[in-house]
Design a protein around this ligand. Sequence first.
Ligand code: GAL
Length: 434
Amino acid sequence: MTIRVLKTTFIASALAMALAGTVAAEDTKPKDAAASVKKVGEVEVLHWWTAGGEAKALGVLKEMLEGQGVSWKDMPVAGGGGEKAMTVLRSRVQAGNPPTAVQMLGFDIRDWAKEGATANLDDLATKEGWEKVVPEALQAFSRYEGHWVASPVNVHSTNWVWANKKVMDDLGVTEAPKDFDALISILDKAKEKGITPLAIGGQPWQEATLFEAVALSTGGPEFYKKAFIDLDKDALTSDNMKKTFDRMKKLRSYADANFSGRDWNLAAGMVIEGKAALQVMGDWAKGEFLNAKKVPDTDFLCYRFPGTQGNVTFNADQFVMFKVKDDQTEAQNLMAKDVMDPKFQIAFNLVKGSVPARTDVSDAEFDACGKKGMKDLAEASKGGTLLGSMAHGYAAPAAVKNAIYDVVTKHFNSDVSADDAVKQLAAAVEGAKE
Ligand code: GAL
């Protein structure tokens, strides 16, 4: 593990130095690498990567840019899914002072592009051939009305389970559960042994992340698509949706007493320390395991949420470039270019837990979970089972997503019945649709 982290840092430093070297060569007597780099400008970056693994991954980009003479102004706003970050962004744009680049997901990108707040990256994209290497499912959001507005930095997927290997061994669990009932039987075993079965972070976006995995497992990809992408009323009120809500209540019974409001990385920490058996979370959780020096297949296991094998619910973090003053565009363009650099995509995603946002990058350096992630993504993309994550803004516009969050959270944390929940869901979605 240590080797992997060192290797990653090495890749990032080597990359920065190699790129900086071309600039340094122009100076006659460079004192040292940092002092000899020509100052290009500053990028101010708004993001919500505040957990250990996330911050480390972002550090790869920061280091690379600093090596090229771009200074980094960090603007972190914690909160998965980026809801809080979007609120902060709104006030900055209204004040006429947007950040250079903003981490963003799916439909939010479209909203900002529609407002005319985003920069145009077409020249860079054409020069770098992005159209040929960025998966279509991502381009649908990186481009607005055909124009590039964002550099996608990764592809995450949300239908994963992260389990503590030692706990699984102690429970006598030797293989990944294939369906929901098999999952329940593992959770029961953990409960009997006095280990918290399920590490849950009780925040709306996390409950929605669990909910979309359960829905996909319960009704399959067609049902998922009808409900969360087409927003079809029959699917939203169907027996499959009722069963999904019932299963959510069942899963809640395996949480500890303190799950309410818990951050996702603290839930991951419970699994890392063996205090909980498993967590259902996107593969940014892997970044936390790696950051704690844990090794896949030795210390922890990754598998698809039972019943969703062959399907991938994706979200991709993209850096949306905003319209900035002329003296900031050189640094902005450099950042947009670096994010798409194949070597950077490897170095960054090794740390982040995600996989590259380009189809032409080798999986050689990735660990077992990363290799599986890349293979699953390619297969799902070919087979029509690559689905936008509802919980992370890739299935429906923000208003709909938030309406679903409200119903899911209310049901999960109260005694609302599944019958009532589906009615509330259909009504909330209907009210939020454009
Ligand atoms: C997601 C984001 C991931 C991860 C997670 C938790 O929305 O796409 O990169 O950071 O939030 O912060």
